[in-house]
Design a protein around this ligand. Structure first.
Ligand code: ATP
Length: 319
């Protein structure tokens, strides 16, 4: 292994920069040449790559987004697209590739490895929807952004005695809603993993109002459905004025938390170590306090495991 490449792919997440920095600096420390590939697989196909040095990744550890930019590439899903990508890697002499992204990006990396290039995945997505790892890079920052928003919305909710539905990201995964809801003291948390009954949400709101509660926060994961419809139904059933806030892309940006920077740094270093050891088709992750790595197949085959204990606790604490 003499030359490695690094790219970010799929949706961006805060902390991706810290991971890029760790890959570049660990690579150089180990005597490798490191190539930065811009705009994910799209950039790979089109040869958007340059050699990086220690200064290339200076002053980025605290920045959200990704200095390498990211993209989704339909062309890379085709054999022809991946053949072009492999050709570009050959021209630049890249023997190993670190892909920072979600499960789609890992699926692409696995297919690319069939053409001979060694690939390692680092989980970069705010959704925390990769089950082989406790945390993905960006999740903690997104949760903190949502908790901050809950605090602000709670103020105005209290002033007006309104209920507020806050819709958060996560696609088919309810982790952002769950962890931000628990930390933010939400009255109800609605996630795709647990069947949801509007009447239970309404009952809780009415009980809360009757004991003098002025605010009500309902945290809704986007994978369940539209916040507007749910708010309308709540208002009709309870008579409590209900507003909706869709937090959207503010959850994807911002300064990464120390937690995200730490796991990104550790996983970036592990990815390079794996390539140096000649490993391929492995995904790096975090279990408890340990950095782990598993086969890509394990990433795709690990069952969805929702933290029902924390969900039940959030329900108990918001009675
Ligand atoms: P996020 O979780 O943020 O959405 P992701 O990595 O899952 O990130 P995707 O859009 O699913 O995001 O994948 C990123 C890119 O990876 C795609 O645009 C495509 O180029 C490539 N890719 C995804 N799935 C495959 C696949 N099955 N085969 C080949 N390439 C793929």
């Amino acid at each position: 292994m003499q030359t490695i490449g690094v790219l970010t792919s799929g949706g961006d997440s805060p902390g991706m920069n810290a991971a890029v920095r760790a890959v570049v600096r660990t690579g150089i420390y180990k005597g490798l040449k490191v190539i930065g590939i811009r705009q994910g697989y799209h950039g790979l196909i089109n040869g958007l790559m340059d050699e990086m040095n220690l200064s290339s990744v200076a002053d980025i550890i605290h920045r959200g987004g990704t200095m390498l930019q990211t993209a989704r590439s339909e062309e890379f899903r085709t054999e022809e697209g991946r053949r072009k990508a492999n050709y570009a890697l050959k021209i630049f002499g890249v023997d190993g590739l670190v892909v920072i992204g979600g499960d789609g990006s890992f699926a692409g990396a696995k297919k690319l490895s069939e053409l001979g290039i060694k690939t390692i995945g680092i989980p970069g997505t705010i959704d925390n929807d990769l089950r082989y790892t406790d945390y993905t890079i960006g999740f903690d920052t997104a949760v903190n952004t949502v908790v901050d928003a809950i605090g602000k919305i709670r103020d105005t909710s209290t002033s007006h005695g309104r209920a507020n539905v806050i819709e958060v990201m996560g696609r088919h995964c309810g982790d952002i809603a769950l962890y931000a809801g628990l930390a933010g003291g939400a009255e109800s948390i609605i996630v795709p993993e647990v069947p949801f009954e509007i009447d239970r949400v309404c009952k809780k709101l009415i009980k809360g109002r009757n004991r003098g509660k002025l605010h009500s926060i309902i945290l809704l994961a986007e994978g369940v459905g539209g916040g507007m419809d749910i708010a309308k139904e709540i208002e009709e059933k309870t008579g409590i004025e209900t507003r909706v806030t869709i937090l959207g892309h503010i959850q994807r940006g911002g300064t990464p938390t120390a937690f995200d920077r730490n796991i990104a740094s550790k996983m970036g270093a592990r990815a390079v170590e794996l390539l140096v050891a000649g490993k391929s088709c492995r995904a790096v992750g975090v279990k408890g306090l340990d950095v782990i790595d598993v086969d890509f197949d394990e990433v795709f085959n690990t069952e969805n495991k929702f933290d029902k204990k924390s969900y039940d606790l959030a329900n108990i604490l918001s009675i």
